[in-house]
Design a protein around this ligand. Structure first.
Ligand code: S3P
Length: 176
């Protein structure tokens, strides 16, 4: 199996996975962009906040794992994952097996500034959403760091980030 046939983007809410994913898709011929959160919503026929409110987080995580499993089995994709997809060891194992993983790293303040205006992140529906963000990042950082590449996104233009990912991906492809 050629695990380098998927590019998988991981990182916290607001780190730019979807934006970078779309740009990568335009840049790499024959690759298809998949946003796992969108796929979960399609499958459930509900928005993510509705899933959390009606069925709970545990149910959302089950759907998330199934979606990770399903899409990692295909090839030639740029996959953007939800921020919590790294928490389950089985998700991490499948992603490692089936793709080159890029962690889009940003400071908690940047992340929070990007998502605070939106109301579609149930993990932040807390009395103190900034604290919730910090706690989640602290819990997940060790998993994010298992990525093949950590891409520092602070103070970089989007296109620089995209170029860095394409370069690393191509280098790795030719090395194996
Ligand atoms: C989540 C992040 C969201 C989405 C869900 C849960 C999380 O995706 O999967 O709201 O646990 O961090 P984004 O990282 O794309 O915002």
């Amino acid at each position: 199996m050629n695990k380098d046939k998927n590019i998988i983007l991981i990182g916290m809410m607001g780190c730019g996975k979807s934006t970078v994913g779309h740009l990568l898709d335009e840049k790499i011929p024959d690759f298809q962009y998949v946003d796992l959160d969108k796929e979960i919503e399609k499958e459930a026929k509900k928005t993510i906040p509705e899933i959390f409110a009606q069925d709970g987080e545990a149910y959302f995580r089950e759907l998330e794992s199934k979606t990770v499993q399903r899409f990692c089995n295909y090839r030639n994709q740029v996959i953007s994952t939800g921020g919590g997809a790294v928490e389950k060891p089985e998700n991490r194992a499948i992603m490692k097996e089936n793709g080159t993983i890029f962690y889009l790293k940003a400071d908690v303040k940047t992340l929070f500034d990007r998502v605070k205006k939106t109301s579609n992140r149930p993990m932040l529906f807390r009395e103190n959403p900034m604290e919730a963000m910090k706690t989640l990042l602290a819990k997940r950082e060790e998993f994010y760091k298992e990525a093949d590449f950590t891409i520092e996104t602070e103070k970089k233009e989007l296109l620089e980030i995209v170029e860095e990912i394409v370069n690393e991906y191509e280098k790795r492809l030719h090395k194996d």
